[in-house]
Design a protein. Structure first.
Length: 177
């Protein structure tokens, strides 16, 4: 076994990425406070060809040294928009026919491993604040909630880890034969 070199990975350059067909998936960050988390989500969005990243409320925006540190250039490739209010973002996404999916543990959350997203449906995933999660006002606008079952003493995952798991599951299921 040998690691693949950068040239063997056949990665897109910035121009190719901008013109590449994106997956019909949006990520909404609802008042995320850690700039390192924001940068990591940018990187995840780039890795999975996510259509758009929406930064809302207190969520910081590029250019920012701490975001850049974990994004590793993904702030240049991933399209993003800032909204002062997450509800305005979600209303826009709903008008564009996105299914709004809260990634949150609620009394109605569907366990991620049992959720099968519609193949041709655009989906917007909301990830909330590291301490308080998704705000109640924002949660009320969600069409459904999915949760990642956990078995230890903690009841949450880091937002960037959670985003990677959820987006990978969604694309794996949507693109499976």
């Amino acid at each position: 076994m040998k690691k693949l070199s950068a040239s063997e990975l056949n990665r897109l350059n910035l121009a190719e990425f901008r013109h590449a067909r994106k997956h019909p998936v949006a990520i909404v960050l609802d008042n995320v406070r850690s700039m390192f988390n924001i940068g990591s989500v940018f990187r995840t969005a780039d890795a999975f060809l996510v259509e758009h990243l929406h930064l809302c409320g207190i969520t910081a925006t590029p250019p920012n040294k701490e975001i850049h540190k974990t994004a590793l250039g993904a702030t240049e490739s991933v399209q993003w928009t800032y909204y002062p209010h997450t509800t305005d973002c979600l209303q826009r996404l709903k008008s564009d026919d996105y299914l709004i999916c809260a990634v949150e543990l609620t009394d109605q959350s569907i366990p991620l491993e049992t959720w099968i997203p519609e193949i041709n449906r655009k989906i917007a995933f909301i990830f909330g604040n590291e301490v308080n999660g998704i705000s109640d006002e924002v949660l009320a606008l969600a069409d459904l909630a999915v949760g990642i079952p956990q078995f230890g003493t903690k009841h949450s995952l880091n937002i960037s880890v959670c985003a990677g798991i959820v987006i990978h599951h969604c694309l794996l299921v949507k693109n499976s034969p």
